[in-house]
Design a protein around this ligand. Structure first.
Ligand code: FES
Ligand code: FES
Length: 157
């Protein structure tokens, strides 16, 4: 099929097997290797991207389901003001160790910060509950998102 969609604010198209996974299209056809594969079964969140504004695990999305939609990857989020704010907070709290999980956490955190952003630990934990980190024990990740929520509130005053 000819697949057309918006990728990180740019219209793109390519000939692709309709059953090819969105994860593979992003990595292999567009070189967006920030989107990671770990479990390949929708369990770890390493492959999280935004599809029409909502977080999805791209290992479970086939090409046909991206047709005419908007896809935003961690690379796209890293260019947005709230993405830059999150990256700065993760950096300041040393919340990243091996870094493999980070792009997925960035996407899920961005979705929370953009659509809610309340500095509420339970809500943040729920928002990130689909993402697994094997290194950090999570506390510094939660601290980072909390810091970003507070800073966003300060910016909005
Ligand atoms: S690789 Fe997609 S959820 Fe784990
Ligand atoms: S920092 Fe290594 S998996 Fe999260």
């Amino acid at each position: 099929m000819k697949l057309e969609f918006i990728l990180n604010d740019k219209a793109v198209s390519l000939e692709v097997d309709p059953m090819k996974r969105l994860l593979d299209i992003l990595r292999e056809d567009f070189g967006l290797t920030g989107t990671k594969e770990s479990c390949g079964e929708g369990e770890c969140g390493a492959c999280t991207v935004l599809l029409d504004g909502k977080p999805v695990t791209s290992c479970l999305v086939n090409a046909v389901h991206a047709e005419n939609k908007q896809v935003v990857t961690s690379e796209g989020i890293a260019q947005k003001p709230l993405g830059k704010l999150l990256i700065a907070c993760f950096d300041e709290t040393n919340a990243v160790q091996c870094g493999f999980c980070f792009p997925g956490f960035l996407v899920s955190s961005y979705y929370y910060l953009k659509n809610d952003g309340e500095p509420n630990l339970e809500k943040i934990k729920t928002a990130l509950s689909g993402n697994i980190c094997r290194c950090t024990g999570y506390q510094k990740i939660f601290d980072s998102v909390m810091m970003a929520c507070h800073r966003k509130q300060e910016q909005e005053k």
